[in-house]
Design a binder for this molecule. Structure first.
Ligand SMILES: [Zn+2]
Length: 181
């Protein structure tokens, strides 16, 4: 499970959706959450870069600084089993501008509907986590984080990864379409 997830994280890096240690990801297990460690790089990510943390409470291990957001999403939205967070160039540009994305522009992103921008809150804070839950609680599968990046979820890790790939492709196309001459 973690081997496959590591390969998918590497794919996100290969496609340029994340650089350096600017991404984090998690999987919901039966008795614990598996989350990427702090400062881990998606490029070359391996099974050793994952940490086990409890469903509730302090992880007490060197997990991603954004662990709270992952833990609260899993707690409050039980149908979600995987979370991917990256800072892809186009999607993050929309997030910096405070503009959402329109998934209905493309057939393959229609399931996204309107992708909102979660209001600005410090990375890693409970406020940010609460904003994300609010954006996703209607069954939405993706959101942007103001001045920060993008987040996608899925019933499987592959689903969350594919949604991140499609979200960035949508952002590229929406950018081109809205800036046509
Ligand atoms: Zn981030």
């Amino acid at each position: 499970m973690l081997r496959e997830a590591s390969k998918l994280c590497q794919r996100l890096a290969r496609h340029g959706l994340v650089v350096a240690s600017d991404g984090n990801a998690s999987l919901k297990g039966k008795n614990a959450i598996y989350i990427t460690r702090t400062m881990s790089e998606f490029e070359g990510l391996s099974v050793a870069d994952w940490r086990k943390m409890p469903h509730k409470g302090d992880p007490r291990v060197d997990v991603s600084s954004e662990w709270r957001m992952h833990q609260i999403i899993f707690q409050q939205l039980p149908e979600i089993k995987a979370i991917v967070h990256c800072h892809p160039v186009f999607a993050t540009s929309f997030a910096v501008l405070g503009l959402g994305l329109d998934g209905t522009l493309l057939t393959e992103t229609a399931e996204f509907g309107i992708i909102p921008v979660v209001p600005l809150a410090p990375p890693g804070s409970a406020d940010l986590a609460g904003g994300v839950v609010k954006a996703l609680e209607t069954g939405r599968v993706a959101c942007l984080l103001a001045q920060h990046g993008a987040l996608t979820v899925g019933a499987t890790f592959l689903e969350a990864v594919q949604r991140m790939e499609r979200l960035e492709r949508l952002a590229q196309i929406q950018w081109l379409v809205t800036h046509r001459v």
